[in-house]
Ligand binder design. Structure first.
Ligand code: ADP
Ligand code: ZN
Length: 289
């Protein structure tokens, strides 16, 4: 089944088509500007890729994914200027007459890693990205999780020791939630330099790794993933992943006594910069009522 895939990010959109990673067309890149201009450019890109049997969109959020919601499948309230309440599915379904499936960028990345990357063959796993924000895609029993909303585990409340870490966090909603403490911009605000410029031995990394370890421990307790993939600019630092794995074990304190947790449980992603479009490809192939 040849499908069209759209990775809708906060700064750029990537559009491609294919049946899988081997025949995916060269990605068409479109800057994310206002919704009308961006959606028009997406339609033009899709027209050049016809024919296809379905469209998959992996989008930044927050998203309404409830097919019963009268407002349609859409971006809900986002700080991104102009994008709040933008319908993503209906305009494309009307124009192209094929099923259009939408999911979060992180659920897409998780699905892509599950098909071709670091979680191949697993039906229960989690994908975490720690970059500009913190997002978690959760696959449980082979399916990405959404319910009332979609998981927003980046905003999990974590334990912070104010002596070790006096930084009170930058989340506009929660202050020192996980994202408020550990995403790239929070690290930069805490130390006064961009996170990518900090050396491996900077004292902020053990703090960041500890907070991500708390997320991993919580995910294990809630959905029992068989593996956790840790991506994003911050998450892919080897030191951060190692501290997170150690902190996860410390917080679980031996309570979950399974051999898998003693081995390499937190892995880097394997799909690199193709994760977004390949995720959208899997989303396109999924039939959801
Ligand atoms: P995005 O989350 O926007 O999709 P990234 O995962 O690259 O993209 O995240 C960008 C954020 O991650 C920025 O805040 C940047 O400072 C930080 N970042 C990127 N690379 C690194 C790195 N090697 N080490 C630490 N922080 C990084
Ligand atoms: Zn928050």
């Amino acid at each position: 089944m040849r499908v069209a895939c759209i990775e809708l990010g906060g700064t750029k959109v990537v559009v491609a088509a294919g049946t899988g990673p081997d025949d995916l067309t060269d990605p068409v890149r479109i800057p994310t500007t206002d919704p009308n201009t961006t959606m028009a450019a997406i339609v033009t890109a899709l027209e050049a890729l016809m024919p296809f049997d379905a469209i998959g969109i992996a989008s930044f959020g927050p998203l309404c994914l409830d097919t019963a919601d009268p407002g349609g499948l859409r971006i809900t309230n986002t700080p991104k200027p102009g994008w709040s309440q933008t319908k993503l599915v209906e305009p494309l379904a009307r124009r192209f007459g094929v099923p259009v499936h939408l999911d979060t960028d992180v659920n897409g990345a998780a699905l892509g890693e599950g098909c071709w990357g670091a979680a191949q063959g697993l039906r229960d796993f989690a994908y975490i990205t720690v970059g500009t924000g913190i997002g978690v895609g959760l696959v449980v029993n082979g399916a990405p999780v959404h319910g009332l909303l979609h998981p927003e585990a980046g905003h999990l409340l974590v334990r912070r020791d104010p002596v070790k870490d006096p930084y009170t966090g930058h989340c506009p909603f929660h202050g020192d939630c996980l994202e408020g403490l550990a995403c790239g911009p929070a690290i930069a605000a805490r130390v006064g330099r961009p996170a990518e410029e900090l050396p491996e031995d900077h004292p902020v990394w053990p703090l960041v790794g500890d907070y991500i370890g708390q997320l991993c421990a919580s995910l294990l307790l809630v959905t029992a993933p068989r593996r956790i993939i840790l991506g994003g600019g911050v998450g892919q630092r080897t030191g951060v992943r190692q501290v997170a794995a150690q902190a996860m074990r410390t917080y679980l304190a031996g309570y979950l006594d399974v051999p898998a947790l003693r081995g390499e449980f937190i892995l880097p992603p394997a799909l690199g910069n193709r994760a977004g479009v390949l995720g959208a490809l899997v989303i396109a192939r999924r039939s959801r009522s």
